[in-house]
Design a protein around this ligand. Structure first.
Ligand code: PLP
Length: 426
Protein backbone atom coordinates (compact mmCIF):
# COMPACT_ATOMS: atom_id res chain seq x y z
CA UNK A 1 0.00 0.00 0.00
CA UNK A 2 1.38 3.41 -0.94
CA UNK A 3 1.37 6.34 1.45
CA UNK A 4 -1.03 8.11 -0.98
CA UNK A 5 -3.60 5.32 -0.95
CA UNK A 6 -3.37 5.07 2.84
CA UNK A 7 -3.97 8.82 3.16
CA UNK A 8 -6.82 8.64 0.64
CA UNK A 9 -8.61 6.04 2.79
CA UNK A 10 -8.17 8.16 5.89
CA UNK A 11 -9.26 11.31 4.02
CA UNK A 12 -12.47 9.70 2.80
CA UNK A 13 -13.34 8.70 6.36
CA UNK A 14 -12.76 12.18 7.78
CA UNK A 15 -13.48 14.72 5.02
CA UNK A 16 -16.53 14.81 2.70
CA UNK A 17 -15.39 13.21 -0.55
CA UNK A 18 -11.91 13.10 0.96
CA UNK A 19 -11.06 16.65 -0.12
CA UNK A 20 -11.41 20.27 0.90
CA UNK A 21 -12.18 21.42 -2.65
CA UNK A 22 -14.04 19.09 -5.05
CA UNK A 23 -11.66 19.09 -8.03
CA UNK A 24 -8.88 17.67 -5.84
CA UNK A 25 -10.72 14.34 -5.74
CA UNK A 26 -9.60 13.73 -9.37
CA UNK A 27 -13.02 12.28 -10.31
CA UNK A 28 -12.92 13.99 -13.69
CA UNK A 29 -9.66 12.21 -14.57
CA UNK A 30 -10.57 8.79 -13.22
CA UNK A 31 -7.90 8.07 -10.66
CA UNK A 32 -7.14 8.57 -6.99
CA UNK A 33 -5.69 11.91 -5.90
CA UNK A 34 -2.04 12.77 -5.61
CA UNK A 35 -1.13 13.78 -2.06
CA UNK A 36 1.52 16.48 -2.26
CA UNK A 37 4.32 16.50 0.30
CA UNK A 38 6.38 19.39 -0.99
CA UNK A 39 6.97 21.82 -3.82
CA UNK A 40 10.16 23.42 -5.10
CA UNK A 41 10.34 25.75 -8.10
CA UNK A 42 8.29 24.28 -10.94
CA UNK A 43 8.05 20.83 -9.36
CA UNK A 44 5.96 19.06 -6.74
CA UNK A 45 6.80 15.82 -4.92
CA UNK A 46 4.10 13.50 -3.65
CA UNK A 47 4.07 11.66 -0.33
CA UNK A 48 5.51 8.57 -2.05
CA UNK A 49 8.51 10.54 -3.31
CA UNK A 50 7.45 10.79 -6.97
CA UNK A 51 8.17 14.16 -8.56
CA UNK A 52 6.07 15.98 -11.14
CA UNK A 53 6.58 19.08 -13.24
CA UNK A 54 3.69 21.18 -11.93
CA UNK A 55 1.51 22.68 -14.67
CA UNK A 56 -1.35 23.48 -12.28
CA UNK A 57 0.57 25.59 -9.73
CA UNK A 58 -2.25 25.80 -7.19
CA UNK A 59 -4.66 26.78 -9.95
CA UNK A 60 -2.46 29.57 -11.17
CA UNK A 61 -1.63 31.13 -7.81
CA UNK A 62 2.13 30.61 -8.16
CA UNK A 63 3.69 32.53 -11.08
CA UNK A 64 7.05 32.22 -9.30
CA UNK A 65 6.67 28.52 -8.58
CA UNK A 66 6.87 26.84 -5.18
CA UNK A 67 8.85 28.03 -2.17
CA UNK A 68 10.56 31.02 -3.77
CA UNK A 69 13.32 31.81 -1.24
CA UNK A 70 12.44 35.51 -0.99
CA UNK A 71 8.78 34.73 -0.26
CA UNK A 72 9.70 32.01 2.23
CA UNK A 73 12.00 34.43 4.06
CA UNK A 74 9.32 37.14 4.13
CA UNK A 75 6.81 34.68 5.60
CA UNK A 76 9.31 33.43 8.18
CA UNK A 77 10.05 36.94 9.33
CA UNK A 78 6.38 37.98 9.43
CA UNK A 79 5.33 34.84 11.30
CA UNK A 80 7.91 35.57 13.98
CA UNK A 81 6.11 38.83 14.68
CA UNK A 82 2.73 37.19 15.17
CA UNK A 83 0.16 35.55 12.90
CA UNK A 84 -2.76 37.95 13.21
CA UNK A 85 -3.78 40.98 15.22
CA UNK A 86 -7.20 41.80 13.76
CA UNK A 87 -5.92 45.38 13.69
CA UNK A 88 -4.40 47.75 11.14
CA UNK A 89 -0.86 47.09 9.89
CA UNK A 90 1.68 48.81 7.65
CA UNK A 91 1.86 45.95 5.14
CA UNK A 92 -1.87 46.26 4.33
CA UNK A 93 -1.24 49.84 3.31
CA UNK A 94 1.79 48.83 1.24
CA UNK A 95 -0.09 46.05 -0.54
CA UNK A 96 -3.05 48.33 -1.27
CA UNK A 97 -0.68 51.00 -2.62
CA UNK A 98 1.10 48.42 -4.78
CA UNK A 99 -2.19 47.21 -6.29
CA UNK A 100 -3.35 50.79 -6.86
CA UNK A 101 -0.10 51.68 -8.59
CA UNK A 102 -0.31 48.65 -10.89
CA UNK A 103 -4.02 48.81 -11.77
CA UNK A 104 -5.08 52.28 -12.96
CA UNK A 105 -8.83 51.54 -12.63
CA UNK A 106 -8.38 50.93 -8.89
CA UNK A 107 -8.61 54.08 -6.77
CA UNK A 108 -9.18 52.17 -3.56
CA UNK A 109 -8.90 48.50 -2.71
CA UNK A 110 -9.93 46.31 0.20
CA UNK A 111 -8.21 43.07 1.13
CA UNK A 112 -10.11 39.88 1.93
CA UNK A 113 -9.01 36.26 2.33
CA UNK A 114 -10.09 34.52 -0.90
CA UNK A 115 -11.26 35.14 -4.44
CA UNK A 116 -14.74 34.04 -3.43
CA UNK A 117 -14.88 36.69 -0.75
CA UNK A 118 -13.69 39.29 -3.25
CA UNK A 119 -16.42 38.55 -5.81
CA UNK A 120 -19.09 38.15 -3.12
CA UNK A 121 -18.19 41.55 -1.68
CA UNK A 122 -17.94 43.21 -5.09
CA UNK A 123 -21.41 41.98 -6.03
CA UNK A 124 -22.89 43.20 -2.74
CA UNK A 125 -21.19 46.56 -3.15
CA UNK A 126 -22.43 46.90 -6.74
CA UNK A 127 -25.98 46.12 -5.65
CA UNK A 128 -25.74 48.52 -2.73
CA UNK A 129 -24.26 51.28 -4.85
CA UNK A 130 -26.73 50.91 -7.71
CA UNK A 131 -29.73 50.17 -5.49
CA UNK A 132 -30.59 47.38 -7.91
CA UNK A 133 -30.99 43.61 -7.63
CA UNK A 134 -29.88 41.78 -10.77
CA UNK A 135 -26.45 40.53 -11.81
CA UNK A 136 -25.50 39.33 -15.27
CA UNK A 137 -22.81 36.66 -15.56
CA UNK A 138 -21.56 34.47 -18.39
CA UNK A 139 -22.19 30.76 -18.81
CA UNK A 140 -19.05 28.91 -17.78
CA UNK A 141 -17.71 31.92 -15.88
CA UNK A 142 -16.50 30.91 -12.43
CA UNK A 143 -16.27 33.50 -9.70
CA UNK A 144 -15.86 31.34 -6.61
CA UNK A 145 -18.64 29.60 -4.72
CA UNK A 146 -20.79 32.62 -3.99
CA UNK A 147 -24.47 31.52 -4.08
CA UNK A 148 -25.53 33.90 -6.81
CA UNK A 149 -22.43 33.28 -8.93
CA UNK A 150 -22.83 29.49 -8.95
CA UNK A 151 -25.57 29.82 -11.55
CA UNK A 152 -24.27 28.32 -14.83
CA UNK A 153 -20.77 28.30 -13.38
CA UNK A 154 -17.60 26.88 -14.88
CA UNK A 155 -14.66 25.02 -13.32
CA UNK A 156 -15.55 22.05 -11.09
CA UNK A 157 -19.22 23.03 -11.26
CA UNK A 158 -19.18 22.47 -15.03
CA UNK A 159 -17.16 19.24 -15.04
CA UNK A 160 -19.78 17.49 -12.94
CA UNK A 161 -17.66 17.13 -9.83
CA UNK A 162 -20.60 18.80 -8.15
CA UNK A 163 -24.05 19.61 -9.54
CA UNK A 164 -24.77 23.27 -10.23
CA UNK A 165 -25.39 23.29 -6.50
CA UNK A 166 -28.36 22.45 -4.37
CA UNK A 167 -28.74 25.00 -1.62
CA UNK A 168 -28.80 27.96 -3.99
CA UNK A 169 -32.36 29.18 -3.65
CA UNK A 170 -34.68 29.85 -6.58
CA UNK A 171 -34.98 33.41 -5.31
CA UNK A 172 -31.22 33.93 -5.58
CA UNK A 173 -31.02 32.28 -8.99
CA UNK A 174 -33.85 34.45 -10.30
CA UNK A 175 -31.75 37.55 -9.72
CA UNK A 176 -28.89 36.22 -11.82
CA UNK A 177 -29.04 36.51 -15.59
CA UNK A 178 -26.81 34.40 -17.78
CA UNK A 179 -25.53 35.09 -21.29
CA UNK A 180 -23.09 33.20 -23.52
CA UNK A 181 -19.48 34.48 -23.34
CA UNK A 182 -18.44 36.33 -26.50
CA UNK A 183 -22.05 36.83 -27.63
CA UNK A 184 -22.56 40.57 -27.38
CA UNK A 185 -25.94 40.53 -29.18
CA UNK A 186 -27.45 38.05 -26.76
CA UNK A 187 -25.84 39.82 -23.79
CA UNK A 188 -27.44 43.10 -24.87
CA UNK A 189 -30.84 41.44 -25.17
CA UNK A 190 -30.65 39.87 -21.71
CA UNK A 191 -29.24 43.01 -20.07
CA UNK A 192 -31.71 45.40 -21.70
CA UNK A 193 -34.63 43.22 -20.63
CA UNK A 194 -33.44 43.62 -17.02
CA UNK A 195 -33.03 47.37 -17.65
CA UNK A 196 -33.07 49.35 -14.43
CA UNK A 197 -32.92 46.17 -12.33
CA UNK A 198 -29.42 45.39 -13.55
CA UNK A 199 -26.82 46.24 -10.88
CA UNK A 200 -23.75 44.79 -12.58
CA UNK A 201 -22.23 42.61 -15.25
CA UNK A 202 -19.44 40.36 -13.95
CA UNK A 203 -16.98 38.72 -16.33
CA UNK A 204 -13.57 37.14 -16.42
CA UNK A 205 -11.80 39.28 -19.07
CA UNK A 206 -10.11 36.10 -20.27
CA UNK A 207 -12.13 33.08 -19.20
CA UNK A 208 -10.04 30.62 -17.25
CA UNK A 209 -12.68 28.26 -15.90
CA UNK A 210 -14.08 26.80 -19.13
CA UNK A 211 -10.56 26.06 -20.19
CA UNK A 212 -8.82 29.09 -21.67
CA UNK A 213 -11.32 31.09 -23.72
CA UNK A 214 -10.25 34.51 -24.94
CA UNK A 215 -12.64 37.38 -25.57
CA UNK A 216 -13.37 38.23 -29.19
CA UNK A 217 -12.26 41.74 -30.19
CA UNK A 218 -14.97 44.15 -29.18
CA UNK A 219 -16.55 41.90 -26.55
CA UNK A 220 -15.15 43.60 -23.44
CA UNK A 221 -15.50 47.16 -24.83
CA UNK A 222 -19.06 46.15 -25.75
CA UNK A 223 -19.75 45.17 -22.14
CA UNK A 224 -18.37 48.51 -20.96
CA UNK A 225 -20.67 50.40 -23.36
CA UNK A 226 -23.65 48.27 -22.36
CA UNK A 227 -23.08 48.97 -18.65
CA UNK A 228 -22.82 52.68 -19.37
CA UNK A 229 -26.04 52.57 -21.37
CA UNK A 230 -27.93 50.85 -18.55
CA UNK A 231 -26.28 52.57 -15.58
CA UNK A 232 -24.92 49.24 -14.35
CA UNK A 233 -21.43 48.55 -13.00
CA UNK A 234 -18.85 46.45 -14.82
CA UNK A 235 -16.96 44.03 -12.57
CA UNK A 236 -13.93 42.34 -14.11
CA UNK A 237 -12.88 39.22 -12.22
CA UNK A 238 -9.11 39.10 -12.54
CA UNK A 239 -8.54 36.55 -9.80
CA UNK A 240 -6.58 34.43 -12.30
CA UNK A 241 -5.40 37.02 -14.82
CA UNK A 242 -4.33 39.79 -12.43
CA UNK A 243 -0.51 39.88 -12.10
CA UNK A 244 -0.24 36.49 -13.86
CA UNK A 245 -0.37 37.68 -17.48
CA UNK A 246 1.35 41.01 -16.97
CA UNK A 247 2.32 43.43 -14.21
CA UNK A 248 -1.11 44.66 -13.14
CA UNK A 249 -4.42 43.66 -14.68
CA UNK A 250 -5.13 42.34 -18.17
CA UNK A 251 -8.02 44.84 -18.56
CA UNK A 252 -5.48 47.47 -19.65
CA UNK A 253 -4.50 45.41 -22.69
CA UNK A 254 -8.13 45.50 -23.81
CA UNK A 255 -8.48 49.21 -23.09
CA UNK A 256 -11.44 48.58 -20.81
CA UNK A 257 -11.85 50.32 -17.48
CA UNK A 258 -14.16 48.40 -15.14
CA UNK A 259 -15.88 50.00 -12.15
CA UNK A 260 -14.67 47.19 -9.90
CA UNK A 261 -11.94 44.58 -10.20
CA UNK A 262 -11.50 41.42 -8.16
CA UNK A 263 -8.08 39.90 -7.49
CA UNK A 264 -6.85 36.82 -5.64
CA UNK A 265 -4.60 33.81 -6.15
CA UNK A 266 -1.38 35.52 -7.33
CA UNK A 267 -1.49 38.54 -4.99
CA UNK A 268 -1.12 36.30 -1.94
CA UNK A 269 2.21 34.79 -2.98
CA UNK A 270 0.65 31.41 -2.14
CA UNK A 271 -1.19 32.39 1.04
CA UNK A 272 -4.95 33.03 1.25
CA UNK A 273 -5.75 36.52 -0.02
CA UNK A 274 -8.28 38.23 -2.22
CA UNK A 275 -8.96 41.87 -3.00
CA UNK A 276 -11.61 43.99 -4.63
CA UNK A 277 -11.22 47.57 -5.66
CA UNK A 278 -12.17 50.24 -8.14
CA UNK A 279 -13.82 53.64 -8.46
CA UNK A 280 -13.39 55.85 -5.41
CA UNK A 281 -17.09 56.81 -5.29
CA UNK A 282 -18.16 53.16 -5.40
CA UNK A 283 -15.60 51.98 -2.84
CA UNK A 284 -16.67 54.87 -0.57
CA UNK A 285 -19.97 53.07 -0.08
CA UNK A 286 -18.24 50.38 1.99
CA UNK A 287 -18.47 50.44 5.77
CA UNK A 288 -17.21 52.25 7.79
CA UNK A 289 -17.53 55.13 5.28
CA UNK A 290 -20.73 53.90 3.67
CA UNK A 291 -23.64 51.60 4.36
CA UNK A 292 -22.53 48.42 2.55
CA UNK A 293 -21.19 46.13 5.24
CA UNK A 294 -18.12 43.98 4.62
CA UNK A 295 -15.58 42.69 7.13
CA UNK A 296 -13.10 39.92 7.96
CA UNK A 297 -11.25 38.79 11.08
CA UNK A 298 -8.21 37.72 9.06
CA UNK A 299 -8.53 40.31 6.26
CA UNK A 300 -5.14 41.82 5.42
CA UNK A 301 -3.48 39.11 7.50
CA UNK A 302 0.11 40.09 8.33
CA UNK A 303 1.67 36.83 7.10
CA UNK A 304 -0.43 36.75 3.91
CA UNK A 305 0.38 40.38 3.10
CA UNK A 306 4.08 39.66 3.67
CA UNK A 307 3.94 36.78 1.18
CA UNK A 308 1.87 38.79 -1.27
CA UNK A 309 4.14 41.82 -1.13
CA UNK A 310 7.27 39.68 -1.52
CA UNK A 311 5.79 37.96 -4.57
CA UNK A 312 4.64 41.19 -6.18
CA UNK A 313 7.99 42.83 -5.50
CA UNK A 314 9.72 40.02 -7.41
CA UNK A 315 7.22 40.17 -10.28
CA UNK A 316 7.64 43.94 -10.59
CA UNK A 317 11.42 43.71 -10.46
CA UNK A 318 12.00 40.67 -12.68
CA UNK A 319 8.95 40.88 -15.01
CA UNK A 320 9.19 37.16 -15.87
CA UNK A 321 6.10 37.36 -18.09
CA UNK A 322 7.79 36.82 -21.46
CA UNK A 323 9.66 33.81 -20.19
CA UNK A 324 6.49 32.27 -18.73
CA UNK A 325 4.67 32.94 -22.01
CA UNK A 326 7.44 31.35 -24.07
CA UNK A 327 7.26 28.25 -21.87
CA UNK A 328 3.48 28.03 -22.32
CA UNK A 329 3.83 28.49 -26.09
CA UNK A 330 6.38 25.67 -26.30
CA UNK A 331 4.14 23.36 -24.29
CA UNK A 332 1.02 24.26 -26.29
CA UNK A 333 2.92 23.64 -29.56
CA UNK A 334 3.99 20.30 -28.13
CA UNK A 335 0.39 19.30 -27.50
CA UNK A 336 -0.66 20.32 -31.00
CA UNK A 337 2.23 18.44 -32.67
CA UNK A 338 1.76 15.27 -30.61
CA UNK A 339 -2.00 15.28 -31.17
CA UNK A 340 -1.50 15.72 -34.90
CA UNK A 341 0.89 12.79 -35.00
CA UNK A 342 -1.69 10.71 -33.12
CA UNK A 343 -4.43 11.81 -35.50
CA UNK A 344 -6.43 13.49 -32.72
CA UNK A 345 -7.82 17.00 -32.92
CA UNK A 346 -6.59 19.10 -30.01
CA UNK A 347 -7.06 22.87 -30.17
CA UNK A 348 -4.59 24.28 -27.63
CA UNK A 349 -5.04 28.02 -27.14
CA UNK A 350 -2.44 29.79 -25.03
CA UNK A 351 -2.00 33.31 -23.78
CA UNK A 352 0.83 34.42 -21.55
CA UNK A 353 1.39 31.74 -18.95
CA UNK A 354 -1.99 30.06 -19.55
CA UNK A 355 -2.88 27.23 -21.93
CA UNK A 356 -5.55 24.58 -22.39
CA UNK A 357 -5.42 21.43 -24.51
CA UNK A 358 -9.02 20.86 -25.67
CA UNK A 359 -8.79 17.19 -26.61
CA UNK A 360 -11.09 16.14 -29.42
CA UNK A 361 -11.84 19.75 -30.37
CA UNK A 362 -10.82 21.09 -33.79
CA UNK A 363 -11.53 24.83 -33.56
CA UNK A 364 -10.54 27.14 -30.70
CA UNK A 365 -13.52 27.43 -28.30
CA UNK A 366 -15.29 30.77 -27.94
CA UNK A 367 -17.71 29.82 -25.19
CA UNK A 368 -18.64 27.06 -22.75
CA UNK A 369 -20.67 25.12 -25.33
CA UNK A 370 -17.62 24.89 -27.62
CA UNK A 371 -15.41 24.03 -24.66
CA UNK A 372 -17.69 21.26 -23.44
CA UNK A 373 -17.17 19.37 -26.70
CA UNK A 374 -13.80 18.35 -25.32
CA UNK A 375 -13.42 14.62 -24.71
CA UNK A 376 -13.32 14.23 -20.91
CA UNK A 377 -12.57 10.49 -21.00
CA UNK A 378 -9.58 11.07 -23.31
CA UNK A 379 -8.37 13.92 -21.15
CA UNK A 380 -8.56 11.60 -18.14
CA UNK A 381 -6.40 9.07 -19.97
CA UNK A 382 -3.97 11.83 -20.96
CA UNK A 383 -3.81 13.14 -17.39
CA UNK A 384 -3.03 9.65 -16.09
CA UNK A 385 -0.41 8.98 -18.76
CA UNK A 386 1.27 12.34 -18.09
CA UNK A 387 1.21 11.80 -14.31
CA UNK A 388 2.86 8.42 -14.77
CA UNK A 389 5.62 10.23 -16.69
CA UNK A 390 6.07 12.88 -14.00
CA UNK A 391 3.92 15.76 -15.26
CA UNK A 392 1.03 17.17 -13.26
CA UNK A 393 -1.65 18.72 -15.49
CA UNK A 394 -4.79 20.33 -14.05
CA UNK A 395 -6.78 17.32 -12.82
CA UNK A 396 -9.96 18.15 -14.78
CA UNK A 397 -11.13 19.32 -18.17
CA UNK A 398 -12.38 22.91 -18.56
CA UNK A 399 -9.41 24.15 -16.54
CA UNK A 400 -6.28 26.02 -17.49
CA UNK A 401 -2.68 24.79 -17.44
CA UNK A 402 -0.17 27.27 -16.03
CA UNK A 403 3.53 27.89 -16.35
CA UNK A 404 5.78 29.68 -13.88
CA UNK A 405 9.04 31.59 -13.92
CA UNK A 406 10.72 28.68 -12.12
CA UNK A 407 10.10 26.14 -14.89
CA UNK A 408 13.51 25.22 -16.31
CA UNK A 409 14.35 24.14 -19.85
CA UNK A 410 14.80 20.64 -18.43
CA UNK A 411 11.25 20.82 -16.97
CA UNK A 412 9.86 21.82 -20.37
CA UNK A 413 11.81 19.04 -22.11
CA UNK A 414 10.37 16.57 -19.62
CA UNK A 415 6.87 17.87 -20.33
CA UNK A 416 7.32 17.69 -24.11
CA UNK A 417 8.71 14.15 -23.91
CA UNK A 418 5.78 13.08 -21.74
CA UNK A 419 3.30 14.71 -24.13
CA UNK A 420 4.73 12.80 -27.13
CA UNK A 421 4.78 9.47 -25.31
CA UNK A 422 1.34 9.98 -23.73
CA UNK A 423 -0.38 10.74 -27.03
CA UNK A 424 1.20 7.62 -28.53
CA UNK A 425 -0.12 5.60 -25.59
CA UNK A 426 -3.66 7.02 -25.79
C1 PLP B 1 -10.33 30.83 -8.37
C2 PLP B 1 -11.25 31.89 -8.83
C3 PLP B 1 -12.14 32.53 -7.96
C4 PLP B 1 -12.32 32.08 -6.53
O1 PLP B 1 -11.19 32.24 -5.76
P1 PLP B 1 -11.03 31.35 -4.44
O2 PLP B 1 -9.80 31.88 -3.81
O3 PLP B 1 -10.93 29.93 -4.90
O4 PLP B 1 -12.24 31.57 -3.61
C5 PLP B 1 -12.88 33.60 -8.42
N1 PLP B 1 -12.79 34.00 -9.71
C6 PLP B 1 -11.96 33.39 -10.58
C7 PLP B 1 -11.88 33.91 -11.97
C8 PLP B 1 -11.19 32.31 -10.18
O5 PLP B 1 -10.41 31.67 -11.05
Amino acid sequence: MTRSSELWDRAKAAIPGGVDSPVRAFRNVGRDPIFVAKGAGGTIIDVDGKSYVDLCLSWGALPLGHAHPEIVEAVRRAAGDGMTYGAATEREVELAETIKRAVPSIDKVRLVSSGTEATMSAVRLARGFAGRTHILKFAGGYHGHVDSLLVAAGSAVATGSVPASAGVTAGTAAEVLVAPFNDLERTREVARRAGKDLAAIIAEPIAGNMGLVQPDPGFLPGLRALCDELGALLILDEVITGFRLRWGAIQDEFGVKPDLTTLGKIIGGGLPIGAFGGRADVMARLAPEGNVFQAGTLSGNPVATAAGLAGLRILERDRPYERMAATAARIADGFVAAAKEAGLPCATPHRGSMFTPFLGVEATPHNIDDAKKTDAAKYGALFRAMAERGVYLPPATLEVGFTCAAHTDADVDRVLGAVRESFRAL
